[in-house]
Design a protein around this ligand. Structure first.
Ligand code: ZN
Ligand code: ZN
Ligand code: ZN
Length: 483
């Protein structure tokens, strides 16, 4: 009922519009208001028996059919249309869209429509979407600033390279044939709670038995880019509004589902809402995720994925620097780099970068970011090549031949070859069009390098007289930067 005593033209549960919308009293100022954007009819022209109206907070009104269309109700709810009457009823919730959802505004004054219960789900998603957009814009700026800082840092490192490498030659490292104790090798290892593996890249003496003087010079030399590792980790840690909401909704549901209650009939405490068939905690969480109906790509913004990619780039940069250290030492004093603790440090660095790239692949695939997934495949190919190059660089004694060691090395090399092929196939099969030429070219270059590295690591490399080390060792001792 309206104040005038006539029937309310709106639907139950929503706030009643003011009496100027009464279709019996026919207030002439409102009768000419456009209320049906589909048919282009004003209040005086519509039939309230067929289509009710909803009053907006701005003082305008729209028919339910118009608003249902504007709010894209069919995208949020399963609907059923009665063939005879044409009346649509909504029967169930659909999964929420993962794309950006714009706010719907009044057709006459552009004020956002935010107060109607009927569209609560759509309105909340739009508000969340706007918050996420703001978050993404802000984070994109932070990512760009950090990228620029990394560019500056790497130039500073490059500038000092020659001086740094020369300074190392004053202290020839001790041979270090036996790998460091596994328990001290933390670099690249996961510690269970953190998202990223350990990235301590300046603990050289204690873990790898690298001369103290080398460690000091290295710390000073590499310091500028360590800030980039930290910056990208901090970006990664920031949680988007979607993720916050998702976490809150899931844990809320979880508490409800596991809540105990006393069953009088059974005379014992039960969990009446515990999901059927769930046996483990993660089963329950899974049920909650399905029920909460929020987007599953919980991390939201692209800054999360970008930060993993950028951290991998920083690590690859550090890897090339360690590679120069090893070959400079080798050149100075036969194999004094490869046979030192720098070798094991490199092994851990490569592991660390590979763990990063695998996380990047998982995240990119979950978020259906095909471009990033394709770039990650190429990055992983690069890292596999470097890994096999490192294996190949270690000389094996030609006499006496260690059959067991040789067999082991061939096995490991073949396993890496298999992984390499998987990534190459991923580029061929799934790389998005726009970047396919660029990445195919890169992949082909890596394939050539891989073939050379594999031959050398397996001991199949041909004899080359201008490389004296090849005579002494079985297909090995090839400096990484030559392969
Ligand atoms: Zn009413
Ligand atoms: Zn009236
Ligand atoms: Zn309005």
């Amino acid at each position: 009922m309206l104040n005038c005593g006539h029937r309310c033209p709106s639907i139950c549960g929503e706030k009643c519009p003011s009496k100027k919308f009464c279709v019996e009293c026919k207030d002439p100022t409102t009768m000419s208001m456009l209320v049906d954007v589909i048919m282009g009819q004003n209040l005086g022209e519509i039939d309230i028996e067929e289509d009710l109206i909803l009053g907006l907070s701005c003082g305008h009104a729209l028919t339910v059919t118009s608003l249902d269309g504007m709010m894209e109700m069919n995208q949020y709810y399963e609907s059923k249309m009665d063939k005879e009457t044409g009346v649509v009823t909504y029967t169930g919730k659909k999964d929420l869209p993962s794309d950006e959802v714009p706010q719907v505004a009044c057709h006459l004054c552009r004020k956002p429509i935010t107060s109607l219960h009927r569209y609560g789900r759509r309105i909340k998603v739009a508000q969340l979407s706007q918050r996420c957009k703001k978050f993404q814009i802000a984070e994109a700026k932070v990512v760009n600033d950090a990228k620029r800082a990394f560019d500056v840092a790497r130039v500073r490192v490059e500038e000092n390279e020659t001086k740094f490498l020369e300074s190392l030659l004053k202290h020839i490292p001790e041979p270090c044939e036996v790998p460091p104790e596994a328990s001290t090798r933390l670099l690249g290892r996961m510690d269970g709670t953190r998202f990223f593996p350990d990235t301590t890249v300046d603990d050289l003496t204690k873990v790898y038995n690298i001369p103290k003087e080398h460690e000091e010079a290295w710390k000073k030399y590499i310091h500028p880019v360590l800030g980039s590792l930290t910056a990208f980790r901090n970006i990664n840690k920031k949680v988007s509004p979607t993720k916050q909401l998702f976490d809150a909704a899931v844990s809320h549901l979880y508490r409800i589902k596991v809540a105990p209650s006393y069953d009088v009939n059974l005379g014992q405490v039960t969990q009446p809402l515990y999901p059927e068939h769930a046996t483990t905690v993660s089963d329950v969480v899974q049920a909650c995720i399905l029920e909460c109906g929020l987007p599953r790509d919980g991390h939201g913004g692209s800054s999360f994925v970008d930060s993993i990619q950028e951290r991998t780039n920083v690590l690859i940069f550090i890897i090339t620097k360690v590679s120069s250290v090893i070959s400079r030492l080798d050149k100075n004093n036969a194999k004094s780099g490869t046979n030192s603790g720098w070798y094991w440090f490199m092994e851990d660095l490569l592991l660390c970068a590979r763990v990063h790239v695998e996380k990047l692949q998982t995240t990119a695939r979950e978020g259906k970011r095909d471009r990033t997934a394709a770039y990650a495949s190429v990055m992983r190919m690069d890292l596999i090549v470097k890994t096999v190059q490192l294996i190949a660089s270690k000389p094996l004694p030609r006499w006496p031949v260690d059959e067991e060691l040789m067999k082991q090395r061939r096995k490991v090399t073949d396993e890496w070859t298999e992984q390499f092929m998987i990534e190459h196939k991923a580029i061929k099969d799934h790389c998005p069009r726009g970047i396919k030429d660029e990445l195919t070219e890169k992949a082909n270059i890596f394939e050539e390098r891989m073939a050379t590295a594999v031959r050398a690591a397996r001991g199949d490399a041909e004899y080359r007289p201008n490389r004296p080390s090849m005579e002494r060792d079985i297909g090995t001792g090839v400096p990484m930067d030559i392969l």
